[in-house]
Structures are given as C-alpha cells and as structure tokens.
Design a protein around this ligand. Structure first.
Ligand SMILES: Nc1ncnc2c1ncn2[C@@H]1O[C@H](COP(=O)(O)OP(=O)(O)O)[C@@H](O)[C@H]1O
Ligand SMILES: [Mg+2]
Length: 249
C-alpha cells in the first residue's frame, strides 16, 4: 500500500533521513519508533508531501508520489495528523471535522477552495457522516461546541476524526497518544485496531511503547535517520541497538 524506498533527506549538513526503506501493507499497523531527533516526523513530512526527499521515493498503491503536493497525495488516499495538534480555533467540533471532507466531495477541491456553494443534499450528507465519525469517537454530544474548549485528549480525537473524514487508505499518525491519559490511550488502541480491521494501512509514530507493542504487527526503529532495527514489536523493543539508542543519550 505505502512503500518508502531509499529515502534520504538532509537539512544543510544534518542527515535527517538516511536511505530509509520499508513498507506498510493494507490492513497493517506499522510502528515507527526512535529517540527525539531520530527523523520520524521528517519521514511523515516526506510521505505527506510537506517536504520533498533528496533521494529515493515514496509510492502509494504502486504509483510514485514524486513531486505531488500534500493535497494531491490526500486525494490519492493519504491522511495524517500532526505531533502538535492543529485545531482550527473559532470553529465548532463538527466544522473542524467537516474541513477534512473537501477532498472527497463531489464538487471537488477547487470549488471548496473558492467557497463555491455546494448543494443542500451534499451538505446534509457530509454533516451526517461527520456526526457518525464523532459518535464513533464518543464526541457526538460535543459536536456544536467550539473545538478549542475541549480538553486536550478530546481535541486529539477531533483531529483524528478530521483526518478520517477524507476516507483515507493510508493513515499517518504522529504521536497520537502524547498527552493522553491511560484510559484515553487504551481507547485509542482499540480504535486503531478497528480501523485496521477495515483494511486501513496505518503508520504509527509513537513514544508510548506499550501502545506500539499492543497494536502494531511490525515496528521500525530509527536513530539519527537510519533504520537500526525492524521486525516484531517485542523483538525491536529489546534489540540492543534500540536499547542503546534510547538509553545511550
Ligand atoms: N526544518 C528543519 N530544518 C533543520 N533541521 C530540521 C528540520 N526539521 C527537523 N530537523 C532536524 O532533523 C532531525 C530529525 O527531526 P524530527 O524528524 O523532527 O525527529 P523526531 O520526530 O524523530 O523527533 C533533528 O535533528 C531535527 O533537529
Ligand atoms: Mg517528531
């Protein structure tokens, strides 16, 4: 589904990604771990098109994404969330989720960009879908509240719902459990497994190794831009190079 092939990225003299190659298959959750500065967020930026790779390429469903803008990649089935949450302040919870829909609207991206009117029927349908998504995350009764008034854990659900609104086939998550309490983290794990059972391919960047071990089929460990271990979660977690990367500095 998602293939990362020999991707390298440098910032001036710093090599943030060094020949990174791995794959995320349909219906699979792959964990991406590594200490701060390992290159995890940079990789998500390269995959989602916010940064272009210097070498290598990213392929989605067998097609190269080379040179495509983030919204073009989104239209091909890619969605992501950000490490630092991006709620649109001043908008309700529901409106925040509706923002994620423009990519699969019949009226299309350009008309959304220029605020062309959409039909009442389309509007009603999208509202219903957004409310269904919010209900699946336990937020139905908060739909009309200003999003910025929700507690942090619920704001993270809102940005997840927004990413899911485009009905992606590949979902990239950058530390979705950061700032969540134990119960919220468990709920997130259950939710991710439900998405997986709908054949979604998920790349999960996460510091909470308990969550990673619980939901991921495979784990890739990065350090200083290089893959230092990959395989089954427990194996990678206990790999000497991984222990050294986490403890060594
Ligand atoms: N825009 C940028 N310009 C320069 N250096 C950057 C930029 N983005 C990230 N870096 C550097 O690249 C390395 C990888 O960062 P990042 O991908 O954010 O790591 P992680 O998400 O694994 O913590 C770090 O050393 C970071 O300082
Ligand atoms: Mg990061």
């Amino acid at each position: 589904m998602l293939e990362i092939k020999g991707v390298s990225k440098r910032f001036g003299g710093l090599v943030a990604l060094n020949q990174v190659s791995f794959e995320v298959r349909r219906g699979e959750i792959v964990g991406l771990i590594g200490p701060n500065g390992a290159g995890k967020t940079t990789l998500l930026h390269v995959v989602s098109g916010l940064l272009f790779e210097d070498q290598g390429e990213v392929r989605l469903r067998g097609r190269s994404l080379k040179g495509l803008a983030p919204w073009e990649r989104a239209a091909r089935g890619l969605a992501r969330t950000f490490q630092h949450i991006r709620i649109f302040p001043g908008l309700s919870v529901l409106e925040n989720v509706l923002c994620g829909f423009h990519l699969r609207r019949r009226a299309g991206f350009l008309s959304a960009l220029f605020h062309l009117p959409r039909t009442a029927r389309e509007e009603g349908y999208l509202r219903e879908q957004a409310l269904r998504l919010l209900a699946s995350l336990g937020l139905a009764e908060k739909a009309l509240l200003p999003a910025e008034t929700l507690p942090y854990g619920e704001q993270k659900k809102v940005v997840l719902a927004r990413a899911l609104a485009s009905n992606p086939q590949v979902l990239l998550l950058d530390e979705p459990a950061a700032g969540l309490n134990e119960r919220e983290t468990r709920e997130l794990g259950t939710y991710l497994r439900a998405l997986q059972s709908q054949e979604m391919a998920i790349l999960l960047v996460e510091h909470d190794l308990n969550l990673v071990v619980e939901v991921c089929q495979r784990v890739v460990a990065l350090d200083q831009g290089r893959i230092i271990a990959q395989g089954a979660p427990e194996e990678v977690q206990n790999h000497p190079a991984v222990l050294e990367a986490y403890l060594g500095r």
